[in-house]
Ligand binder design. Structure first.
Ligand code: AMP
Length: 238
């Protein structure tokens, strides 16, 4: 069966507004492109003046990985959310506080910060853009999986992304704060901890937001290639 990677990104006056990634069957391409443009036009960050949708056939194998398990931290305020994130990052990097400061100072990036666990330096080439994870979807979305249509295994975009990211051995942790001003719940994820939802990651109405991957690698190019190009389906039968 032919599969296609579909990517959307939208911007206003050159600033990133939103993006989306799917892997779909050929007959779904039209519907998915239409749904993506509708979604782009109704984003909480504002009205885009440019929407780009790219469709590319996937040649070769698609990697299948399990979804991370979801848990929830009972954080009632910003300082508690910060504590949850620092407690998770502390065993992985001596620069956990710097990672938090960095993540809570960025906005409007299309991609993620690659944060070197041992040095606390940024490894991505373009600091304004970051590294954008693409070519991924929930396995149930392709219709290949037996549970397709059951409605029981709907996986959110963030869980799909976090599962793909955590699967690479160079990634120690991911922290995410949505840049939607109305959405203050973020997450911290690791392969062993799973996907930990963290409420109150930022004050309501704040435009900050971004993603940061804590990594340990001497082959950044291999990691970036996996994040940007390796097609991955998450969940379903492995
Ligand atoms: P969102 O969860 O969609 O509100 O995105 C929050 C932030 O995560 C964005 O501002 C980007 O910096 C980053 N981000 C969103 N999508 C991706 C992606 N596919 N790959 C890497 N970073 C992303």
């Amino acid at each position: 069966m032919a599969l296609f990677s579909v990517k959307m990104r939208s911007s206003a006056l050159g600033a990133h507004i939103s993006g989306a990634e799917r892997i779909v069957e050929e007959h779904e391409v039209g519907t998915v492109c239409a749904a993506m443009s509708r979604r782009a036009l109704s984003h909480g960050k504002g009205q885009p003046d440019s929407i780009t949708i790219t469709v590319a056939a996937i040649h070769g194998d698609v990697m299948r990985i399990p979804a991370l398990s979801i848990t929830e931290a009972g954080s009632r305020a910003l300082d508690e959310a910060r504590e949850v994130v620092l407690r998770t990052l502390d065993p992985l990097t001596p620069h956990a506080e710097r990672a938090w400061e960095l993540l809570t100072s960025v906005r409007d990036m299309r991609g993620a910060i690659l944060f070197d666990a041992s040095t606390g330096e940024r490894l991505e080439r373009d600091h304004a853009r970051g590294v954008r994870v693409t070519s991924m979807d929930a396995a149930t979305a392709t219709g290949e999986r037996p549970e397709q249509g059951s409605g029981k295994t709907r996986i959110t975009d963030a869980l799909v992304l976090a599962s793909k990211v955590a699967h690479h051995p160079a990634v120690l942790a991911e922290v995410c704060i949505s840049d939607d001003p109305d959405y203050t719940t973020g997450y911290v994820a690791t392969q062993s901890l799973g996907y930990l939802r963290v409420r109150n990651m930022k004050p309501a109405g704040s435009p900050i937001g971004g993603r940061l991957f804590v990594v340990d690698t001497n082959d950044t190019a291999d990691l970036v290639h996996y994040l940007e190009h390796t097609p991955v389906l998450v969940g379903g039968a492995q």
